[in-house]
Design a protein around this ligand. Sequence first.
Ligand code: DUC
Ligand code: ZN
Ligand code: ZN
Length: 452
Amino acid sequence: MEFDLVVKNGTVVTAQGVYRADVGIRGKHIAAIGEALHGEREIDADGMYVTPGAVDVHVHLEMPIGDFVSTDDFYAGTRAAAFGGTATIIDFVEPAPEETMLEALAALRAKADGKVVIDYGLHMTIGPTEIVKLAQVPAAYEAGCASFKLYMAYGLRLNDGELWQALTAVHNTGGLPVIHAENWDVITTLVAENVANGRTSPHYHPRSRPAKLEGEAAGRAIDIAELVGTRLYVFHVSCGETAARIAAARQRGLPIYGETCPQYLLLDWSLYDRPGVLGALPVCSPPIRAQEEQANLWRALGQNHLQVVSTDHCPFTMAEKESRSANYSQIPGGVPSIEVRFAAVYSQGVRAGHLSLAQWVDVCCTTPARLFGLQSKGEIAIGYDADLVIFDPERERVITPASLHETAGWTLYEGMMLRGWPVVTISRGKVIVENDELLVGPGYGRFIKRRY
Ligand code: DUC
Ligand code: ZN
Ligand code: ZN
């Protein structure tokens, strides 16, 4: 037989276009795209879309934050991702002050390598204790961490001078800086004022972190990046204010990019007014915004002002959220969507007319792979890794915690009906999800050394 596996009769969706074809796989790679291909195994995808395996460039699995560790470990999180059609994720290395970047990378890989069921990469974090380690940036890059995470908020935040230093070091190495942009000084002042005046319910969480403070910080980071002459990728854009800063920079020809996430596209801040722990669950930063921001973000994606939809998947259990819910500023921040992202962007984005099919694949698969140096991922083309999704555009799914493989036990999308769902996920030529079953064990996934 010419091919090991052929996905037959499907409608191939790529970032460039949509056409009917068979996809022939030999070993781990896509070997042919054409008509009447035959292989040892053939899967009939008539009536289905065939897309690249989706790529989620922003997840936090078993990540320690304060007293807690995010709920999905590298097994559960990648398993949920695989069921949702995601074939590659990128997580984070956060070196401890006494660790080198390479030691921290080795420690993270020791935790993840034996657990992942899909391929994964890692961003290297440059916090304030890494400023003295900037000479290690080239070694981290060579080890496969081609992107570097910088914070303007939390304990890991850099001041503007440190930001300059970090951006310069990453740029000189050829890496991509990625940034959490929020104006921390004003936010902490607003939080302190609220708490001092008894305004401690989650209702005040988004009101302590206004969209303008995200836009201001992103604009400042973009301006510093422009002076350094570097590319910059802005994480979790939650509002039109930030998207406009990115669009204006791109208009000036600058290599600035931005992502948004399902929680900002599909949800609104009325969730913070739900009673009891329900109001605490959506606490994440940047916060979920007023409803009108959803249209701003869909428009920004449609116009290529934003280029990617990732998840920032970082859930905590209901008990953990509840334990700190007396004061919204103490609630561990983060929400899940690693499993629903690809289907949600199709259902609420393509079906609702915000994005074309090609744009859906572009923002969920192709552009994230290209921007993050995943050179063999995100495309259906000869020689690329045979990471494919067979996606049933008519399969309806009402989202409930029990319908998902995420382990938080809750989802903000509960009750939402999505039309369109992945039915088969293929990773490097192997069918890893079929008939609602995971067909590979922990450790099937590989660490990917990324580079540009
Ligand atoms: N924001 C969150 O809410 N959680 C994880 C990290 C982040 O930036
Ligand atoms: Zn962040
Ligand atoms: Zn994050």
